[in-house]
Write a protein that binds this ligand. Structure first.
Ligand code: SF4
Length: 68
């Protein structure tokens, strides 16, 4: 899977960090989400899916990759 964050949409709510702290970080200076792991382990899927679902700005997406 691949995680994408649309930085134009991110409103710095930081919900994603709460849901999946191993995958999402935060750039304090830019006031924007950072993706720590663009290709997280399969074990992170529930946390990443929750982050995508709960992001109030709908800035996050989880994509499948063909080679998985
Ligand atoms: S939850 Fe959404 S709006 Fe908030 S920091 Fe994460 S990506 Fe940005």
């Amino acid at each position: 899977m691949r995680v994408r964050a649309d930085l134009d949409l991110c409103q710095a709510h930081r919900m994603c960090q709460g849901e999946a702290p191993a995958v999402f970080g935060f750039d304090e200076a830019a006031d924007l989400v950072t993706v720590l792991q663009e290709h997280p382990a399969e074990s992170e899927r529930p946390q990443v899916a929750a982050a995508v679902r709960y992001c109030p700005a709908m800035a996050l997406a989880l994509e499948e990759e063909n080679d998985e």
